[in-house]
Write a protein that binds this ligand. Structure first.
Ligand code: SF4
Ligand code: SF4
Ligand code: FES
Length: 289
């Protein structure tokens, strides 16, 4: 007789209501996933499908009937007969304030168009806090040839810490240091990156939503005024360095590779690479003088 294989317990369907729409989803589904099934655009900053939810940004909050406080949609699981509102005045007010506080103290200019769309949709006006508002402005950290860290763009979403830790790399080269407004991302004892445990996989860059972590190549081109995403193409290929089969996306401008990413939904990489796949592209474009 063939060995029996345990394939998990059957899951129940959970019925709930979101903004007046009834739906059924599998138990274990988050409110965010239920919202996405209804095509309700829910802002997120610290959430990523490939990372464990950390609930730190609170921009995804929704109102759940019977709950005293707003709940984070990215991590709260659905429950039977939940009645959820995603666009009440209370939700809009909370999301606006979160976005305003972040945008008043952090340079969010390199965030995606989607993030800028949320700032506009919720009417965030960070300038209302005035000129003397506290910020995290500081010089860019350039201490190696592969990537730079510009923490004046850091919203403390923890994504880099998670990618460097148990969710991907298991290197733990970076963590959150300090408390309150002084909380910041740091290497151990704030040593420069080359003296830290960093192995330069660049998985922190891959998940950073604000441009705080950036390829040195991109940083240098931005400084020189030559970075132009509108002229860049992306070529998909498989990393040639070993037999794992990581999928690479080569971002090419003016016939040169300017950075390398991997798709979040790729079954081998989940968006993560090693130092060779991420940064070892110079040999491809070694040209005769
Ligand atoms: S490059 Fe890799 S090892 Fe270094 S800090 Fe980023 S995630 Fe950690
Ligand atoms: S450096 Fe980027 S990924 Fe890391 S906490 Fe700051 S914004 Fe998030
Ligand atoms: S996206 Fe839900 S708390 Fe950040």
């Amino acid at each position: 007789m063939a060995d029996r294989v345990f394939v998990g317990l059957p899951k129940r369907m959970v019925r709930l209501t979101v903004d007046g729409h009834e739906l059924e989803v599998l138990e274990g589904t988050t409110i965010l996933e239920a919202c996405r099934q209804l095509r309700i655009d829910t802002p997120t900053l610290c959430q990523l499908e490939t990372l464990t939810p950390v609930n730190v940004c609170r921009v995804c909050v929704v109102e759940v009937e019977g709950s005293r406080v707003l709940v984070p949609a990215c991590s709260r699981k659905v429950e039977p007969e939940m009645n959820i509102r995603t666009d009440s005045e209370r939700v809009r007010h909370s999301r606006r304030l979160v976005l305003e506080l972040l945008a008043s103290s952090v340079d969010m200019s390199l965030c995606s168009a989607q993030v800028h769309g949320w700032l506009a949709r919720y009417g965030a006006t960070p300038q209302r806090f005035g000129q003397d508002v506290a910020t995290v402005a500081q010089p860019v950290k350039i201490d190696n040839d592969l990537y730079v860290r510009d923490y004046s763009r850091c919203i403390l979403c923890y994504k880099c810490v998670e990618a460097c830790g148990v969710d991907a790399q298991n290197t733990f080269a970076i963590g959150v240091a300090g408390r309150g407004f002084d909380a910041h991302i740091s290497t151990e004892y704030a040593v420069p990156l080359p003296e830290s445990a960093c192995v330069y996989c660049g998985n922190c860059i891959g998940v950073c939503p604000t441009g705080a972590l950036m390829f040195k190549s991109e940083h240098d081109m931005r400084e020189a005024g030559t970075w132009d995403e509108s002229t860049q193409s992306i070529t998909e290929t498989v990393c040639p360095y070993c037999g794992v089969g990581c999928m690479l996306e080569l971002h090419v401008q003016d016939n040169s590779i300017v950075k390398v990413t991997s798709p979040l939904d790729h079954s081998v990489t989940a968006g993560h690479l090693c130092v060779k796949g991420r940064f070892g592209f110079q040999f491809v474009q070694k040209r005769k003088p």
